[in-house]
Design a protein around this ligand. Structure first.
Ligand code: 5GP
Length: 204
């Protein structure tokens, strides 16, 4: 039987650099995985592409997907919906490939309930002031939205205790390296590999 892929959930507060770390992982990581493109109702930012950064859709379309049970998880975040389409994740894991999700904390906790054997990684800023300057320098949001995101980030940071690993994003390449080490080690955990050793163990 084909071994199932591993689900890797990268989460953390808005502005911590999850998207940048994810991008660097897709480009450079020694680990092989497929990225699950999320669905969102928020407006496309300059430079973003439909189907690459997100599947952009209307509120009505998103709510229909929820009703049809097609979302693994979803969250309302700063007045928009964000969610993970279930089918892609299931099919890819079943095909033996690892799947990476990059999602906010409420969604990550829903995934933890449904897929507890995933690896849950919390990306954290070194401190709150560096997070604020990151959110501010992104320049795509007005002050009200920035303040909303900072308040949300404080709440989100408290959720760290629900994760398996905390990775500080001080520098992107170092954060990627830490995640690679986690993924490599997680693949060696006995519950994940024991089936492939049954013959050797004589426990068939
Ligand atoms: P942004 O608008 O900056 O692209 O994303 C806002 C927040 O939504 C980020 O924290 C991002 O990680 C999160 N996010 C992106 N996709 C998903 C998803 O599919 N589900 C959930 N729960 N959060 C997501």
């Amino acid at each position: 039987m084909l071994a199932k892929g591993m689900l890797i959930v990268l989460s953390g507060p808005s502005g911590v650099g999850k998207g940048t770390v994810r991008g660097a992982m897709l480009k450079d990581s020694v680990n092989q995985f497929k990225y699950s493109v999320s669905m969102t109702t928020r407006k496309m930012r300059p430079g973003e592409k439909n189907g690459v950064d997100y599947f952009f859709c209307s509120k009505a379309e998103f709510e229909k997907k929820i009703q049809q049970g097609q979302m693994l998880e979803y969250a309302r975040y700063v007045d928009n919906y964000y969610g993970t389409p279930l089918q892609y994740v299931q099919d890819t894991l079943d095909s033996g490939k690892d799947v990476l999700l990059e999602i906010e904390v409420n969604g990550a906790m829903q995934v933890r309930e449904k897929m507890p054997d995933g690896v849950f990684i919390f990306l954290t800023p070194p401190d709150l002031s560096s997070l604020r300057s990151r959110i501010t320098h992104r320049g795509s949001e007005d002050l009200t939205t920035i303040n909303k995101r900072m308040e949300k980030a404080r709440q989100e940071i408290k959720m760290m205790s629900n994760y398996d690993y905390a990775v500080v994003n001080d520098e992107v390449p170092r954060a990627v390296k830490r995640i690679e080490q986690i993924v490599t080690s997680e693949h060696l955990r006995v519950p994940r590999v024991i089936d492939s050793y049954r013959k050797m163990i004589g426990d068939l």
